[in-house]
Design a protein around this ligand. Structure first.
Ligand code: FAD
Length: 392
């Protein structure tokens, strides 16, 4: 259902993504989840639909829409297939949006056309084997050479689209302190750049996750985004839009689980009555839909606030953190409740709820764990003197 502030364009987007998900994702996701494989043809079709550059301005070849639209796309796709949606997010928000937002004219002209058409698949490399929550603890180093190129050594871990990607928006340390971080566009095929192992996962199994390895990779200076040692602010801002739009994936997963569980409560009979007649089933359904609607209102409010530029800095980060923290927890719990409502069938792969629950759990970890998001919110409420007093 549309929220009151959705534009006509956003309402039409919801309808077209819904139709795409039914025709291109639904018939394949059960099998792709089983064999842990990526839906490459569907991805290409997203390019044909103009959705791979959804937040990029029209003059740069994108759809010229915003965070509300991107969140709608996430919700509608994830209501069928959350893992292809995660790959879509990594490409569209973590890579394409960032090049569109932070790249130079030349970088946009060079990289965006093939990323937006779907000829190239994008990803983003921030996390490393030893630094996830402590992102600034990254060890990957880029050393500037006399001729202006950079020599990069290190590795990235858990990178969505790592095994199948072509272009990566990567962060590396370029100075002496933790805040001396720069951004580079890394291309598949650069000498010394390899993708390591593909992870086997509990959920999000149709979204390939892997490692990136850098061994003396020589990267042209032209591939550096922005100034040297000046990426931390943009990195944090990128995390905000990632958190808002990834909350859309939680919304889609939860909605799917609520719809399936509601139908099941009407059809399944025990003791000669539909199980929906039992008050304990009604309680689970009622709590699920109320929590989902609350998270939906919060997430789209955060997206709209982002689009209108109403909040900046720490205030914007807190809003994004609140939306993702609640939506992610809600979707996992709603998934578990749907499994419980479906009983034995819920635990099998006859219904999508067990897959949706496995997928939903990831959102409590990726793009900032629940714990880190609580920390961001508490620091803003209490100030760091109080919130971090035990760490001093
Ligand atoms: C499927 C998948 C896809 C991903 N995709 C990408 C991607 O495309 N690009 C990318 O860069 N990264 C990606 N990630 C990485 C993801 O962002 C990290 O896994 C996440 O930030 C957590 O880091 P970590 O796994 O190192 O956990 P850790 O940071 O080691 O945390 C372990 C535990 O300690 C807790 N903890 C840590 N610090 C604190 C603290 N200060 N206070 C309280 N508790 C704390 C955490 O909440 C967690 O429960 C992905 C991960 C997965 C699983």
């Amino acid at each position: 259902m549309s929220l009151w502030f959705f534009s006509e364009e956003e309402k039409m987007l919801a309808e077209s993504v819904k139709a795409f998900a039914q025709s291109e994702l639904l018939p394949k996701i059960e099998h792709l989840d089983e064999i842990e494989s990526f839906n490459a043809p569907a991805f290409k079709k997203l390019g044909n639909m103009g959705l791979l550059g959804i937040t990029v301005p029209e003059e740069d070849g994108g759809a010229g829409m915003g965070a509300v639209a991107a969140t709608i796309a996430m919700e509608e796709m994830a209501a069928v297939d959350a893992s292809t949606t995660l790959s879509y997010l990594a490409h569209t928000i973590l890579c394409v949006n960032q090049i569109g937002r932070n790249g130079s004219k030349e970088q946009k002209q060079k990289y965006l056309p093939k990323l937006i058409s779907g000829e190239h698949i994008g990803g983003m490399g921030m996390s490393e084997p030893g630094s996830g929550s402590d992102a600034l603890g990254m060890l990957t180093r880029a050393e500037r050479q006399k001729d202006g190129t950079y020599k990069i050594n290190g590795s990235k871990s858990w990178i969505t689209n790592g095994p199948n990607g072509d272009i990566f928006y990567c962060y590396a340390r370029t100075g002496a302190t933790k805040k001396d971080v720069s951004t580079f566009i890394i291309e598949k095929g650069m000498e010394g750049f390899t993708t390591g192992k593909k992870f086997k996962k509990m959920g999000m199994r149709a979204s390939p996750t892997g490692e990136l390895w850098f061994t003396d990779v020589m990267v042209p200076g032209a591939n550096r985004i922005g100034e040297e040692n000046a990426s931390v602010k943009a990195m944090m801002r990128n995390l905000d839009i990632e958190r808002i739009t990834i909350a859309g994936i939680s919304l889609g997963s939860a909605r799917n689980c609520i719809e399936v569980a509601t139908q099941y409560c009407k059809e399944r009979k025990q003791f000669d009555v539909p199980i929906g007649a039992f008050q304990q089933m009604q309680e689970r359904l009622a709590e699920a839909t109320a929590w989902y609607e609350a998270c939906r209102a919060l997430t789209y409010q955060a997206a709209k606030t982002w689009d209108m530029g109403l909040m900046q800095g720490k205030e914007a980060s807190m809003m994004a953190a609140k939306a993702k923290l609640q939506a992610a927890q809600m979707a996992t719990q709603v998934g578990l409740d749907a499994i419980q409502i479906l009983g034995g069938y819920g635990y099998t792969r006859e219904f999508p709820v067990e897959r949706q629950m496995r997928d939903a759990k990831l959102i409590e970890i990726g793009a900032g764990t629940n714990e880190i998001l609580r920390l961001i919110i508490a620091r803003q409420m209490l100030g760091t003197d109080v919130a971090d007093a035990l760490m001093k």
